[in-house]
Design a binder for this molecule. Structure first.
Ligand code: SF4
Length: 431
């Protein structure tokens, strides 16, 4: 979502003649868009400012703006501790960036813009054309979260759940398609909590799928609690919707899920997967896991391994629990550090074996690849299969924007390599 936000910030600042430069030393204004999910997010801001100070030693400093969730969560501290920062702007206030820059050009005091003004934000952004011109484009449809998992900062940094109107989203999809997009990745912190006047994510998907030039639709990130039957049905009814779902579970232990306030059980999670599998669309899943959450015993951890082995996630993101300041889990007693580290290593080994075995099964199979760009070296093109696996193919003709049948020849843990198969219209990917 930060990528989407950063692009929109650029669209906004063009209006006051601020354009992107690849040479930092030339910048009149430096915008650092931050994420608060990982540990030491604030330290990273200070490091970055340190680097910037070196670049601008003996020169007039640029206007320095810290945007995003770190600004939201720790804006006052940042302004107090680092005088080089001119303003902090929360993720729901960046539509005011031009006014802020113009104020700062007149040398006002440091500014703090961290109100939740999400409706106003999109009202301001909607008339400004989205200039993103990627083959696969992001589109924020929903922001914020009302779930309050105990480890998560999102409800405090992005505010309550808010959904954009179907009308404005269809307009933005059409803009992105005019710019060249063939695939739209619908974004939201709780994307499947999307609800605009009773219209749900499934309605939005079916609506945008009517746009002929749009070839693929994805959505992320879903919450199991909001994975309702209409969304499952949408997978059946919309062949533009890709058969790959990122569905964070965090733990395989009901005790830990309860402690996290996740609002779903392992059984409920598995029921969603069962229903999706019953569609016989060969849907695959990826997930997020927190290892060593406070109170996690070896028994709880074994349950997480059990879930991983059962579902066979084709991709996963796993981290040791680290408390985020301001969240209820911050002060809880931690699992012994060494033990948590060992569990993470054990878990990731299993996850990588599952992924590796899955990837092996793809060799010599055909896949439909949407090509996104030519790579820097050689006549190589980068694309993704329906399951979001990265695939590289050599080609003398420009493949950008095309969907081609590709035979997968080999693969590493992260990338697949293949060749174009002419006149084949079927994929036969591993079940
Ligand atoms: S549902 Fe997701 S965004 Fe919301 S609090 Fe939980 S982890 Fe954070």
């Amino acid at each position: 979502m930060n990528e989407y936000d950063s692009n929109r910030i650029l669209d906004l600042t063009k209006k006051i003649n601020y354009f992107v430069t690849t040479n930092v030393k030339e910048a009149n204004c430096y915008v650092l868009n931050t994420c608060h999910i990982r540990e030491k997010a604030t330290d990273k801001v200070y490091h970055d400012i340190g680097r910037l100070k070196k670049e601008f030693r003996n020169k007039k400093k640029p206007i320095v703006l810290i945007v995003g969730c770190v600004a939201q969560a720790e804006g006052d501290i940042l302004l107090k501790k680092e005088k080089y920062i001119d303003a902090v702007i929360g993720p729901q206030s960046y539509h005011q960036i031009n006014d802020i820059i113009e104020k700062l050009e007149k040398k006002k005091d440091p500014l703090n813009f961290t109100e939740f003004e999400v409706i106003e934000k999109f009202d301001n952004l909607n008339p400004i054309k989205n200039s993103d011109n990627k083959i696969s484009s992001f589109l924020t449809i929903q922001e914020g979260c009302d779930k309050f998992c105990k480890f998560c900062v999102v409800p405090y940094t992005r505010g309550p759940e808010y959904s954009r109107t179907i009308k404005e989203l269809v307009t933005e999809v059409k803009h992105l398609i005019k710019n060249g997009a063939k695939e739209i990745n619908l974004l939201g912190q709780n994307v499947n909590a999307y609800n605009f006047e009773g219209k749900k994510l499934s309605d939005l998907i079916l609506e945008i799928s009517k746009i002929k030039e749009l070839k693929r639709i994805r959505y992320t990130t879903s919450h199991p609690r909001d994975f309702t039957d209409d969304l499952i049905e949408a997978h059946k009814n919309c062949d533009k919707l890709m058969p790959f779902i990122h569905l964070p579970v965090q733990s395989g232990s009901n005790k830990i899920l309860k402690a996290m306030n996740r609002k779903h059980s392992v059984e409920e999670y598995l029921e969603i997967i069962k229903k999706l599998n019953e569609l016989k669309l060969n849907i695959k899943f990826s997930s997020d896991f927190i290892i060593g959450y406070p109170g996690e015993t070896r028994h709880d951890f074994n349950k997480t391994i059990e879930l991983m082995t059962k579902v066979k996630f084709i991709n996963s993101f796993s981290f040791i629990f680290s408390g985020r300041p301001g969240t209820p889990a911050f002060d809880l007693d931690k699992v012994d550090e060494k033990e948590a580290k060992n569990r993470l290593i054990e878990f990731q080994k299993i996850a990588e074996t599952i992924k590796g075995n899955y990837r092996k099964k793809l060799i010599n199979k055909n896949a439909k690849i949407l090509f996104e760009n030519k790579m820097k070296s050689g006549n190589r093109y980068f694309g993704r299969d329906e399951y979001f696996n990265p695939v590289i193919v050599e080609s003398k003709i420009n493949l950008t924007g095309m969907i081609k049948n590709v035979k997968i020849l080999k693969g590493t843990q992260n990338t697949l390599f293949g060749e174009i198969v002419p006149n084949v219209d079927q994929t036969n990917y591993a079940a």
